[in-house]
Design a protein around this ligand. Structure first.
Ligand SMILES: C[S@@+](CC[C@H](N)C(=O)[O-])C[C@H]1O[C@@H](n2cnc3c(N)ncnc32)[C@H](O)[C@@H]1O
Length: 208
């Protein structure tokens, strides 16, 4: 999308909280992996989805600095929670510090470790799952969470356009994994889906 269109879209989107802005600015100022964090508009989209779904339990695979976890928390049903998984200790510490400053501090549950090992130990049923971690595992994550998503629940996967590289004939490991994930979802008769071309591509999947 043209830069001016993006700026226009941003200017006509409800503002984020002060903590989310502080977190985003902290990331842009001090972290190399700036693009890992859901940006402003995508954050507002995730928050809006959560407000539409009103989930009791959200599972997020890939916490990073906690930005998207806080966006999902904004739409939780009464008594709901976000369970968020990551393997990186240093960024997890920062995420916990930011979350502790918010009204959602008791509603976000952090788990540190490999997501493929943690997911099978979680007893909850999920209303919404956000897949946003290592790309080669996207299809594994989909299979691991599927039976734990309630019928009518949603799986959202980030970066499914991978800066357009999914269209290239020659695909590296991450690109191949993302393209195969997209093919897997499209072929899955148990779901309906839409690939939303916002930011780096969000795959929205509904378990029918
Ligand atoms: C793109 S970032 C997540 C961004 C965050 N969801 C947001 O939008 O603000 C991906 C995160 O996945 C984590 N990650 C990578 N491989 C993982 C694994 N095998 N298990 C758990 N987390 C993993 C990384 O440490 C990183 O923090």
């Amino acid at each position: 999308m043209n830069e001016d269109w993006i700026k226009y879209a941003e200017s006509f989107t409800s503002d984020e909280s002060d903590v989310l802005r502080e977190l985003r600015e902290e990331c842009y100022a001090h972290y190399e992996d700036k693009s890992m964090l859901s940006g402003f508009v995508q954050g507002r989209v995730l928050s809006m989805f959560s407000k539409m779904i009103r989930p009791k339990v959200v599972l997020e695979i890939g916490t990073y600095l906690g930005y998207s976890a806080l966006c999902f928390a904004e739409g939780l049903a009464e008594g709901g929670k976000v369970i968020t998984l990551d393997i990186q200790e240093d960024t997890n510490k920062v995420a916990r510090e930011f979350v502790a400053k918010t009204e959602y501090k008791d509603k976000i549950e952090f788990h540190l470790g490999f997501a493929t090992e943690i997911i099978p130990t979680l007893p909850e049923t999920f209303d919404l799952v956000f897949i946003d971690a290592d790309k080669p595992n996207y299809s594994n994550y989909y299979d691991l969470v599927f039976d734990k998503v309630r019928p009518g629940g949603f799986i959202i996967a980030d970066n499914v356009l991978w800066s357009g590289k999914v269209l290239l004939d020659e695909k590296d490991e991450n690109t191949k994994a993302l393209h195969e994930f997209n093919q897997k979802v499209l072929a899955d008769k148990r779901v309906s889906n839409v690939l939303l071309p916002i930011r780096d591509g969000l795959m929205i999947v509904r378990r029918d």
